[in-house]
Design a protein around this ligand. Structure first.
Ligand code: GUN
Length: 284
């Protein structure tokens, strides 16, 4: 039987509708939620993400500001820009588009963002909140992936969850979120031995590898929830980390690429920005 498709277009529209309502309510109180994105250099993939973020802000009625910096910008210049945005009351969320050019210190830049304006959830304070299960900002991609997993209506408690990829942006926070759902979590990576032995046990399989077609049908348990975080380009076509056509015949649920998790990342970013603006309203 063919898997049910977890449609990122439908779910992200749902989230954006909710954000739109919240933005309208804040506007009535005189606050327009504002998101600033810093883009250093002119990487075409980053350009596309940044454009989509701007579009999302427009759709939901938020203020969007893009700060473009030269690829040769210094660490001091980048941090000075972050400081300016930290102090700007019109900006509730700050995002530094990654990856940064190699000469810049990513960790130092992220540490400069005020934790309450860190809508990516990458600041060490927010990473600590996620680790300890206390209130903080959750990274957008794993948050969106969890939304899709929960939409299946399956009881997640005690399920075997396997995450492939240990990045700070996806793999590690994804593992933490699944752990909070009482899953038994295995975090696999490039040095994992006998990977398929792990993945074949997974009731929930999250692939965040960055290699087209990496997850094949023989690696997937019958009826599993398969979440594909990969965005790869093969012959000009966008595809995920999962061999979608074959795996969908075996999985219970599967996310497509495009139209899957990628859509959720932007929706969750908008939601995190609305959260940040609501927090400032509460403080005022
Ligand atoms: N580059 C790829 N994904 C992301 C993301 O979620 N946030 C930021 N800031 N940069 C990225």
């Amino acid at each position: 039987m063919s898997a049910q498709i977890l449609d990122g277009i439908v779910f992200s529209a749902e989230i954006k509708e909710d954000v739109k309502r919240r933005v309208a309510a804040m506007k009535e109180q005189g606050v327009i939620p504002g998101l600033a994105v810093i883009l250093v250099g002119d990487d075409p993939a980053s350009e596309l993400y940044v454009r989509n973020k701007g579009k999302g802000c427009e759709e939901t009625g938020m203020l969007s500001r893009t700060i473009r910096m030269n690829a040769a910008a210094t660490q001091e210049e980048l941090e000075a820009e972050i400081d300016r945005l930290n102090r700007d009351p019109a900006i509730h969320g700050i995002l530094v588009q990654l990856p940064l050019p190699g000469h810049l210190d990513e960790a130092a830049a992220l540490a400069k963002i005020l934790p309450e304006k860190d809508v990516d959830g990458f600041h060490l304070i927010n990473a600590g909140h996620l680790m300890t299960g206390t209130e903080g900002v959750t990274p957008c991609t794993p948050k969106g992936a969890l939304y899709m997993i929960r939409s299946t209506g399956e009881d997640l408690s005690g399920k075997e969850a396997v995450v492939i990829g240990r990045s700070n942006i996806v793999g590690k926070p994804m593992a933490m979120l699944l752990l909070q759902q009482n899953c038994t979590v295995t975090l696999c990576h490039s040095r994992t031995k006998n990977l398929a032995e792990h993945t074949r046990r997974a009731d929930i399989l999250v692939a965040a590898v960055g290699k087209a077609g990496f997850v094949t049908a023989d690696m997937v348990k019958e009826g599993a929830i398969v979440i594909d975080v990969g965005i790869n380009r093969v012959d000009g076509k966008v595809c995920g980390d999962v061999d979608f056509e074959k795996v969908k015949e075996k999985a219970g649920w599967i996310t497509p690429v495009p139209g899957g998790v990628g859509r959720m990342t932007i929706a969750m970013l908008l939601s995190n920005t609305a959260d940040a603006a609501e927090r400032t309203l509460k403080r005022e």
